[in-house]
Design a protein around this ligand. Structure first.
Ligand SMILES: C[S@@+](CC[C@H](N)C(=O)[O-])C[C@H]1O[C@@H](n2cnc3c(N)ncnc32)[C@H](O)[C@@H]1O
Length: 441
């Protein structure tokens, strides 16, 4: 199996059809049964090239005729990406291997003429690998770090030059895998011991007791301990949201935007299979993913509902706690989801409207004295603290609960949970916990 060719085929599918890189990688790994190094190289190539597409395009334009390059088919451009990515962003690959193997794939798939073109462009770069990025700050960052220009223009006033630069660089590194120990099936010490015997190193998260972190993601995901349900994949920031919610045994909990179920299954697990967790999501295929995870983790206190949250009912204050993990711009997960940064043109006004409506909806389901947690995986203040401030202003029966009473203070700001990727070494996320006024006696 030619690992670069396999990676190239996946890249084409992701860039052309918007297919999910992770799902295609998982399918490819099952098929190829290759060594760990090769599997890791395939992950690096696919995720790295999808992330760095903007940067690679910029570089390709410097070493081709720009007018012709614009009209070049994506299949040919992707071969150039494959070559340039190895030459510029992967230290471990010798130059001759990067060029020769890419040219081989080009010849095999599209004939000698294409192979010669790829060879000429890559060798022109090797002969004189000098080129300049734009002078303008935002344009330079967009080209060099591979982000949509509009996004950089939005980030610079929020975080300043230095912080934005660190953030851009952080997301371009291969993301570490965070996994959550399933305490219904094992314990953290047993799982660490198990992986130690298999030469997989983990570090313990300083933020959440149940999370351990590794750089050997592909190997860990293929391990039988995953299919047997001893752990599941969850970023530390997502686990912190559930720890902030702080579900208790025998309670009834509503999760209105639940799929693929990372948080809902952690809620259920923390309740030790008692009480009831109702998990609602409107996309049937994603609800199936919750079901699979539930079964794998041996969880049986969850009820799954495939419905639009805004139609779910009866609307009544029947729940001890309600989680609103709303759709958002996803800035916080750009490191793990390589394609997300290129879908930047989502309609932010529409997202803001859904989020505000979700807060009003969720509030109606909370019992007197119960709790409402609103969370996102973005660092965008408009979708985070500004939503909460507006909600609290017009819903006087709710008050903010101090997040640092539930999670370590270092991951909070102004009483709310806020994580920043390059500062906290986890995804960027936000959560606010609010309590509904208890019944007057
Ligand atoms: C941020 S994700 C939730 C992640 C999930 N809480 C977890 O931890 O795995 C948002 C989810 O909201 C769902 N969604 C979006 N609009 C919805 C609606 N109107 N009703 C129900 N679900 C919706 C999407 O399908 C998506 O799965």
């Amino acid at each position: 199996m030619n690992i670069r060719q396999e990676a190239y085929q996946i890249i084409i599918k992701v860039l052309k059809n918007n297919d999910y890189a992770d799902i295609l990688l998982q399918q490819a790994i099952k098929k190829i049964h290759d060594s760990n190094e090769n599997v890791e190289l395939m992950y690096r190539l696919v995720k790295g090239i999808v992330k760095m597409q903007g940067n690679l395009d910029y570089i390709c334009r410097q070493f081709t005729e720009p007018d012709k390059y614009i009209k070049t088919d994506l299949k040919i451009k992707a071969l150039l990406y494959l070559g340039f990515f190895q030459l510029i962003h992967l230290d471990s690959i010798p130059e001759h291997a990067a060029v020769n193997e890419t040219v081989e794939i080009a010849k095999k798939l599209y004939g000698d003429k294409t192979g010669d073109f790829i060879n000429a462009v890559l060798r022109a770069y090797l002969r004189n690998p000098k080129f300049q990025y734009p002078q303008d700050l935002a344009e330079r960052m967009a080209a060099q770090y591979s982000y949509p220009l509009e996004l950089i223009k939005q980030w610079l006033p929020l975080w300043g030059e230095e912080e934005t630069e660190y953030l851009c660089l952080y997301f371009n590194e291969p993301a570490k895998l965070h996994i959550r120990v399933n305490n219904l099936a094992t314990s953290k010490s047993k799982l660490l011991e198990y992986f130690k015997k298999r030469d997989v190193e983990f570090t313990e998260s300083p933020a959440s007791h149940n999370i351990i972190i590794t750089t050997h993601g592909p190997k860990v995901l293929q391990d039988v301990a995953f299919s047997e349900g001893y752990f599941t994949v969850q970023d530390t920031s997502a686990a912190l949201v559930v720890e902030l919610l702080d579900p208790r045994e025998n309670e009834s909990i509503l999760d209105l935007f639940a799929a693929p179920g990372g948080k809902a299954t952690y809620i259920a697990e923390r309740m030790k299979n008692t009480g009831e967790v109702i998990a609602v999501d409107k996309i049937p295929n994603k609800v199936k993913l919750i079901k699979q995870t539930m079964e794998r983790l041996q969880i049986d206190n969850m009820k799954l509902v495939t419905d639009d949250a805004f139609h779910y009912g009866p609307v009544a204050p029947a729940f001890d706690r309600v989680l609103l993990d709303v759709p958002c711009s996803g800035w916080g997960v750009f490191g793990r989801k390589p394609d997300l940064r290129w879908q930047y043109h989502q309609n932010i006004d529409e997202l803001l409207r859904i989020q505000a409506n979700a807060l009003n909806l969720g509030a109606n389901f909370v019992k007197a004295g119960g709790y409402l947690v609103y969370s996102t995986c973005t660092m965008n203040p408009q979708e985070n603290e500004e939503q909460i401030e507006r909600f609290l202003k017009s819903n006087k029966q709710f008050k903010l609960v101090n997040a640092s009473d539930f999670i370590p203070v270092g991951y909070t700001r102004s009483g709310m949970m806020q994580t920043f990727p390059n500062i906290h070494n986890m995804d960027g996320a936000f959560a606010a916990k609010m309590q509904k006024k208890p019944k007057e006696r």
